[in-house]
Every structure is written in structure tokens, then in C-alpha cells.
Design a protein around this ligand. Structure first.
Ligand SMILES: Nc1ncnc2c1ncn2[C@@H]1O[C@H](COP(=O)(O)OP(=O)(O)OP(=O)(O)O)[C@@H](O)[C@H]1O
Ligand SMILES: [Mg+2]
Length: 499
């Protein structure tokens, strides 16, 4: 075996009374792609933050290039050739893509001042070098999609020619084609002898690119493998068996009432989208990122203004001017970016879970704390949120557990129409299975569900119908049974391939 590039030896880290890592060890070598896997809250991100210099360990040793190191910050890691793409992105939203890309190495003009046009030009060249042609370097980061932000983070790290690259769930917001792009970058680094350590909850990806896999459970490694099947890996991660990831799709109720009807809806990036959604139905929405799904969801939720067309909710024509109006009409949205659109990170699990049902929990203007606690605890129990307790701040939960709190909030709200936007993003396999069961249960109880996912496989298994969007229009409508991921992907890219 070649020389170790990075080693963690019995690394421990606690936050207050919560042990994020107890004794985590693994070794990755030069020229290797090494996956760290484990359920939500297993400690993967904590370990990556430690290796990337963002967090200091309480106990244990970290070696980089064979030498024990004590990293004072990310810069210290960069100096040793180690770059990280963290799970929670770190770009500055109010700055441009170009500024974010070149932040640490601004282009100075003849006067010695940072030249805006030179920064744009350099960023353009950098993006082109990595085959990224669809992102405008002049755009503000807050205006680009999550997938685009993730792409920029990756380009920023990779363009520094890392000896070691840590990627924490880099694919969770990317769709297939972007994942292929990323894997191309990873393979190139491996060929050059670099070491790539990444985390993912998508088994197919792990199998396709990882040379070795280390499994974590409860803050500790439980084994490193070159060959292991998914069932066995899940058992080691969770202590449980998941027989089939996808539960069977219940039949669509006959003659169910129409819950939502969109006719020729248009708006930013959406052109003439029509569909009707019945009670009891799971309507999938798929396609490549940037083709209008996000805007469609925002329009349905009153968070973006439709410029044309008509929306009918339970038989009444509606024109929502705000999410508040949509919520009042019984529509809930679980959004894409939990950090900026969904959760109040400093507030507790309890406050976040009960945010939209506060009215129901209030009597004569006074909150009923016992009921509030009970409601929040029911979210924690039913979705198996890993938390030290409902008064823990949401920001202290692992990524996947934050996602569960957000989903739980809307389940409490008992809205009839649920707009679920990539709800299983970053969620571990066992919990994914639970969320799938929950979605189908909600449907069979009469909820009407619009379900966007960046995972075509998931759409194929979980939806009665799938609308594939391309350039803001519905390019194909597929009906279960018999929808395949390939059908969805090929409908999404048909024109691109033909061109
Ligand atoms: N800043 C913090 N304060 C308190 N607890 C924390 C903090 N960061 C992490 N934890 C706890 O440490 C544990 C491990 O979290 P970590 O984010 O490392 O998990 P993970 O394996 O990355 O999970 P996921 O797959 O959901 O991203 C969790 O129980 C989490 O609640
Ligand atoms: Mg994590």
C-alpha cells in the first residue's frame, strides 16, 4: 500500500454534554478515494471539520502526510495541501461568484487595487478550465441555486491543486450530470496521486467511486472495507436491517377530489406549466437543476409572483401574494436550503418544530408549554431525530437531523397540500426509508403531494406520476407503474443530446 496521506487516531470531540465523536480512527492513502459513511449524527461532519482545521479535537491524533498536526484553522490545513468542501456551504452570499472563487487570491490591477474586470475574467477562465459554463461569474451567490453554489465550492477547492481533498456530502444537492462532472474531477485528482475523502448517503455513488469505505456509528469507526454490500453496510451503520428501500406505491384513489390545479402558469424560469393534483396522489417533479422546478415551487407557495396562468386550490381560484396566504389555504413547503430558508438555527428544536402551529398551541394569547413540548417531542420520535433534547438549538444537530426537524414542522401543520422539495437530501438510508413510508402514508390519508427530487431513482419509485421539466416547461409526463430513472433522465436531457 502507498503512504498514508491522512490519519485520524482515536479522535474524540464533545459539545457540551453531547459526544459527537468518541474514538474515531481511519487512514486514507495517497491516490485513494475513501468514503466515510454512517447514519445522520454518526460524526462524519465533525471528523471532517477536525481534519479541515475548522474544529479542534478534544482527544486523539491527526496526522497529515505522516506528521502529527494541530491545525489552528482552515488556512493551516491549506498550507499542508488539504482543502475542504464543508457540508454547510461557506460562500459569502452577498458577493459575486467571481469574488468568492478568488477571495484568497484577488487579481490586482496596475494600480495595485483589486480590479473588478480582472476578477471576472480570471473567474471566467477558471470556470471554463473546469468545464463549468452555465454559471455567470458576475452573479451574486445569493441568486444562484444550491447546486450552483455547491459547484462553486468544489471548483474553489479543486483549483488549489489539493494533495488531500475532503468533501462532505458534495453530491447531496447535485443531479446526475453534475455528479458525473464531480466524479471526473475526483478521478483526475486520484490519477495525480491526491487523496480524496468524501461522505455520501447515496450508495450507488459510493460504490462507483470509492476505493475503500470506512463505516461510522455513534462517533466511532466500525470497520474499513474494500468490498461490502449495501445491506451489510446499512446493518453496520444502524444496527438494523432495511429490507427494501422503497415501500410499495399504494394505488391512486379512484375519483379523488382535485386538490390543486395549475393551468398555464408562468413566471421567472417557468413557462406555461399545467397539471392537476388529486388528493392521495404523489406527483413527482424531476429534471436537471436550473430548469424551473425551484421557481415553480416558489410560485405555488406564494413566494414568487406568477406572471400568467391560473392556480386553483380545492376548487377556488387563488393568487397568493405571500407564503402566509398559501399556508392559510393549506399549502406547506419544505424548502431546498434549510439553513437560509427554513430553520432558525439558534432556536431550539422545539421552537423550530412548532413555529407554524403556534396559534393552535396558544390560548388567550398564552402559549401552552406542555402541548408545545408534546408536539415537538412527537416530531423527534416519529422521525427519529437524533438530538440531546428538544431544547437543543437546531444549529447543533447534524445536517440530516436538521432536515428531519424541518419536515416534521410541516407534518404538525397538517396542511392538505405538501410541496416537498428534495426532502431526503442528505438523509441516511434508514431514515430515507422512513420518510418514504411517511410520504406514502400521508398520501393514503388524503394529502396531495408535489415531490421534487434530484434523485431520479427516488422519483421513479415513489410517485404516481412524474413531470419532467426542461427549460421551464413540462417536457414529459410519465405514469406509474413502470417509470424508470432512465426514462426521467432521458426526458430531461433529450434536447441537449440531440443538439
Ligand atoms: N456545534 C455542535 N453543538 C452540539 N452538538 C453538535 C454540534 N455539532 C455536532 N453536534 C452533534 O454531534 C453529532 C454528530 O454530528 P455530525 O454533524 O458530525 O454528524 P454527521 O455524521 O455528519 O451526520 P449527517 O449525516 O446528518 O450530516 C450529532 O449528534 C450532533 O447533534
Ligand atoms: Mg454531516
Amino acid at each position: 500500500m502507498t503512504r498514508p496521506a491522512v490519519e485520524a487516531v482515536e479522535v474524540g470531540k464533545s459539545y457540551g454534554g453531547v459526544a459527537a465523536l468518541t474514538a474515531a480512527s481511519f487512514t486514507a492513502t495517497a491516490g485513494e478515494v475513501h468514503a466515510l459513511v454512517g447514519e445522520n449524527g454518526a460524526g462524519k461532519s465533525t471528523l471532517i471539520k477536525i481534519l479541515g482545521g475548522r474544529v479542534r479535537p478534544d482527544t486523539g491524533v491527526v496526522r497529515i502526510g505522516g506528521n502529527a498536526v494541530s491545525l489552528s484553522g482552515p488556512q493551516a490545513a491549506h498550507d499542508l495541501g488539504a482543502w475542504t468542501v464543508f457540508q454547510e456551504l461557506t460562500l459569502l452570499p452577498w458577493m459575486t461568484v467571481a469574488e468568492n472563487l478568488l477571495l484568497l487570491r484577488e487579481t490586482k490591477g496596475a494600480t495595485g487595487l483589486i480590479s473588478r474586470s480582472a476578477t471576472i475574467r480570471d473567474a471566467d477562465a477558471l470556470l471554463a478550465r473546469y468545464g463549468v459554463h452555465h454559471i455567470d461569474p458576475r452573479a451574486l451567490v445569493e441568486d444562484i441555486s444550491l447546486a450552483e453554489r455547491q459547484t462553486i465550492e468544489i471548483v474553489r477547492a479543486v483549483s488549489n491543486n489539493p494533495q488531500i481533498l475532503f468533501l462532505d456530502e458534495p453530491t447531496s444537492s447535485l443531479v446526475e450530470r453534475e455528479v458525473e462532472w464531480l466524479f471526473g474531477q475526483i478521478r483526475a485528482l486520484r490519477t495525480q496521486g491526491a487523496c480524496v475523502v468524501f461522505t455520501s448517503h447515496r450508495w450507488a455513488e459510493i460504490r462507483s467511486i470509492a476505493d475503500r469505505i470506512t463505516i461510522f456509528r455513534g462517533g466511532k469507526d466500525v470497520g474499513t472495507f474494500t468490498e461490502i454490500d449495501e445491506g451489510e453496510a446499512v446493518r453496520l451503520m444502524t444496527g438494523r436491517r432495511v429490507e427494501a428501500l422503497y415501500p410499495p406505491l399504494p394505488p391512486m384513489p379512484n375519483a379523488a377530489a382535485t386538490a390543486l390545479e395549475a393551468s398555464a402558469m408562468s413566471g421567472p424560469n417557468v413557462r406555461g406549466v399545467s397539471f392537476s393534483l388529486h388528493a392521495g396522489e404523489v406527483l413527482g417533479v424531476g429534471g436537471l437543476a436550473g430548469h424551473g422546478h425551484r421557481e415553480l415551487f416558489r410560485m405555488l407557495f406564494g413566494d414568487a409572483t406568477a406572471t400568467g396562468g391560473q392556480l386553483t386550490v380545492h376548487g377556488k381560484t387563488r393568487r397568493f401574494r405571500s407564503p402566509r396566504a398559501a399556508i392559510a389555504a393549506g399549502i406547506a413547503l419544505v424548502p431546498e436550503d434549510r439553513k437560509t430558508e427554513g430553520l432558525l438555527l439558534r432556536m431550539s428544536v422545539r421552537d423550530n418544530a412548532t413555529l407554524v402551529i403556534l396559534k393552535r398551541l396558544t390560548r388567550f394569547g398564552v402559549l401552552k408549554p406542555a402541548e408545545e413540548r408534546r408536539a415537538a417531542q412527537s416530531v423527534v420520535d416519529s422521525l427519529r431525530v437524533r438530538t440531546a433534547g428538544i431544547s437543543q438549538p437546531v444549529g447543533a444537530l447534524s445536517g440530516g437531523n436538521q432536515q428531519k426537524v424541518l419536515l416534521g414542522r410541516w407534518l404538525l401543520a397538517e396542511c392538505q397540500i405538501l410541496l416537498l422539495y428534495d426532502v431526503t437530501r442528505g438523509v441516511d438510508v434508514a431514515t430515507k426509508h422512513e420518510i418514504y413510508e411517511l410520504v406514502l402514508k400521508l398520501a393514503s390519508e388524503g394529502h396531495a403531494i408535489v415531490f421534487y427530487s434530484s434523485d431520479a431513482e427516488e422519483l421513479a419509485h415513489l410517485c404516481h406520476r412524474v413531470l419532467v421539466m426542461r427549460e421551464g416547461v413540462v417536457a414529459a409526463e410519465l405514469h406509474a407503474p413502470g417509470i424508470t430513472a432512465e426514462d426521467i433522465v432521458s426526458a430531461a436531457v433529450r434536447d441537449h443530446l440531440a443538439a
